[in-house]
Design a binder for this molecule. Structure first.
Ligand SMILES: Cc1cc2nc3c(=O)[nH]c(=O)nc-3n(C[C@H](O)[C@H](O)[C@H](O)COP(=O)(O)OP(=O)(O)OC[C@H]3O[C@@H](n4cnc5c(N)ncnc54)[C@H](O)[C@@H]3O)c2cc1C
Ligand SMILES: *[C@@H]1O[C@H](CO)[C@@H](O)[C@H](O)[C@H]1NC(C)=O
Ligand SMILES: *[C@@H]1O[C@H](CO)[C@@H](O)[C@H](O)[C@H]1NC(C)=O
Ligand SMILES: *[C@@H]1O[C@H](CO)[C@@H](O)[C@H](O)[C@H]1NC(C)=O
Length: 560
């Protein structure tokens, strides 16, 4: 195999000092209702208890607080504590910052050998993500999207690199050009972004500006351990409260308003934690729960944790002979096969954080007994004390769907630990076909006339695939012998676009109103309920879902 490494070093072209904008918004003070869980009473009562102040949870909580008392329990801290960390130039650094238990990014590695991330901060995934905002295929709840868009979505400024990317997509046949739109339509378009013109990120936590400060309490560093159920006689189990732990290790109980039959516990802890917490609370496959000593078992629910899906992501890095702007995802190509093509440019990375990240990977691998030689080798090679900004573009594809499905199981009964997650990437041949089509399209974009000024002469799309093969981007076995074998390339170089979903799917774990089947006063509202990841990127639809369900629940409350 001929790995021509030299362009790899061109990736690391400009070592820069990263300047931080020190102006910080004063949201922590603004939100009088944002408190540390150490200040929580031993027992409190609310009409709605929302587990997870993330992407869906923040939208839901702000809405419900209009007409009811609401408690949000978020295990992480506040994004307003470190605004510079959410600026566009720090995207990669914040994502790989897994320094300690307070870091906003929690590393998890699926059984498939792919590095993945879970958010641990108020605002959830919107604090870590690439910011691209695009609605789903189905526009049935437009008003709920607009509520989100008014608060935190912007039209991106399209500069040189993104313009060349658009031209390349059109030349590669991803047509027509649809201009700037939130709609999901075939062709090439500019979507929304949660980064403003100055590169500052706006997150789902900002949706709490809509909240009624007199009826909502948000506890930070509040890690929920268990949902509590009443199970009198033969009646259906009914959720009545939760137990959570603060940063000092002290446990607190929150219960639903006793005299109000409309009160509910709502799980919005994300696609990993929502099925995990159901299991830890005794709702899941009974035999599996028994193995881990979960007691009592409330309801045998075999589908909890089943149907886990993750969209594979494949990046191609293209070192550029001329400067590129700092841009995350602004443009998407939606071809007539199940893959989406997106791109960014000018990513920055701190080498010391890269080292910390891979040390964290090694720690986890030692625990899980994965082979880790390639990582140790990389760590030895990282002896630069610098930050690097890449003078390069990156074009990625997300395989849509996917049809391949996996499962989630407990590893232990600690809610702060990752459960075991298997996604079975490319088990379904249709996913593999779509990956090959997507990669071929990326190669065509790179080799187009429109893109040509952002790549070195003599370099072509297929040759650039070799760059990824030289990096420890995952822990999967390498079988590839030639980049002409795109199927094998897809299998070997699978990464994630972090759009994982499933685990509490509609029709299997929850009904069409997101109520947990067989249980009263308990819903799940987040990405764990999806059968497939909506739109090109899911955050728009996840926030919209929180808003939409909040309004629906308030209407039901009114009519009760
Ligand atoms: C690097 C990256 C890039 C991405 N890029 C994009 C993009 O450009 N566009 C896009 O649309 N989407 C993108 N996504 C995906 C998108 O951000 C996620 O799909 C979405 O944020 C998930 O929302 P959620 O509400 O299901 O979960 P989350 O937002 O993760 O919310 C779950 C919350 O629950 C909390 N929690 C978990 N367990 C507990 C517990 N036991 N007790 C208390 N709280 C708990 C978590 O801390 C978290 O805040 C990206 C994601 C990542 C990570
Ligand atoms: C590198 O970046 C990190 C995080 O952004 C910063 O704390 C550090 O000071 C930077 N170091 C240099 C040498 O620029
Ligand atoms: C809130 O409750 C009041 C009184 O019951 C009702 O008139 C109003 O429509 C409700 N508002 C919302 C947003 O549900
Ligand atoms: C990394 O996260 C820690 C919290 O765990 C924080 O104190 C630190 O500032 C972060 N570093 C960067 C460079 O963002």
């Amino acid at each position: 195999m001929d790995l021509y490494i030299s362009p790899l070093f061109r990736l690391i072209l400009v070592a820069t000092f990263i300047f931080h904008d020190s102006c910080s918004s004063d949201k922590a003070g603004y939100y009088s209702f944002l408190k540390d869980a150490t200040s929580a009473p031993t027992l409190s009562h609310f009409d709605y208890i929302i587990i997870g102040g993330g992407t869906a949870g923040s939208a839901l909580a702000a809405t419900l607080s209009q007409n009811a008392t609401v408690l949000v329990l978020e295990r992480g801290g506040s994004p307003y504590d470190n605004p510079a960390a959410t600026d566009i130039g720090n995207f990669a650094n914040t994502l790989i910052n897994i320094t300690d238990l307070n870091s906003w990014s929690q590393l998890f590695i699926s059984e498939d050998g792919v590095f993945n991330t879970r958010a641990r901060v108020l605002g959830g995934g919107t604090v870590l993500n690439a910011g691209f905002y695009s609605r789903a295929e189905d526009e049935f709840v437009e008003a709920a999207y607009e509520w989100v868009e008014k608060k935190l979505v912007f039209e991106p400024q399209i500069k040189g690199w993104q313009t060349a990317f658009i031209d390349g997509l059109l030349e590669a046949g991803v047509t027509p050009y649809n201009g700037f739109t939130y709609e999901h339509i075939y062709g090439t378009k500019v979507g929304g972004t949660i980064f403003d013109r100055d590169g500052h990120r706006h997150t789902a936590a900002d949706l709490l500006e809509y909240a009624n400060p007199n009826t909502i309490v948000v506890y930070l560093h509040a890690s929920v351990h268990k949902i509590l159920f009443t199970t009198k006689g033969n009646s259906r189990p009914k959720a009545y409260g939760v137990i959570f732990q603060d940063a000092n290790g002290v446990f607190h109980t929150a219960e639903l308003t006793v005299q109000d039959a409309r009160s509910e516990v709502i799980l919005s802890a994300g696609a990993i934690a929502s099925p995990q917490l159901l299991m830890l609370s005794g709702v899941g496959p009974a035999a599996h729960l028994a193995v881990h000593g979960v007691n009592p078992i409330i309801l045998d629910h075999p589908m909890v944790g089943q149907g886990m899906g993750d969209n594979p992501m494949h990046p191609v890095f293209i070192p550029s002979p001329k400067p590129v702007e700092v841009s995350l995802v602004q443009v998407v190509g939606i071809p007539n096969f199940a893959s989406y093509i997106e791109g960014g440019s000018g990513l920055s990375l701190s080498i010391s954080l890269t080292r910390t990240f891979f040390n964290g990977v090694l720690d986890l691998l030692n625990k899980l007994k994965f082979p880790s030689q390639s990582i140790s080798k990389l760590l030895k090679s990282l002896d630069l004390g610098l930050n690097v900004t890449t003078q390069a573009g990156v074009i990625i594809q997300k395989v849509s769907g996917p049809l391949s499905r996996g499962h989630l199981e407990l590893r232990n009964t600690n809610p702060d630990d990752n459960p075991s997650v298997t996604f079975n990437y490319y088990q379904d041949p249709e996913d593999l076909n779509n990956c090959v089509k997507g990669l071929s399209a990326i190669i065509n974009v790179i080799d187009s006339k429109g893109y040509s000024s952002y790549k070195y002469p003599g370099v072509n799309g297929r040759g650039l695939l070799n760059l990824i093969l030289a990096l420890p981007i995952n822990l999967r076995p390498r079988h590839i012998t030639s980049t002409f074998d795109l199927k094998q390339y897809c299998m070997d170089t699978t990464m994630t676009i972090y759009h994982y979903h499933g685990g509490c799917q509609v029709g299997k774990v929850v009904d069409n109103d997101y109520k947990v089947l067989g249980i009263d006063a308990l819903r799940v509202i987040d990405a764990s309920t999806f059968l497939k990841s909506p739109g090109t990127n899911p955050q728009a639809t996840i926030m919209m879902l929180g808003r939409y369900m909040g309004q629906k629940i308030l209407r039901e409350r009114e009519a009760f």
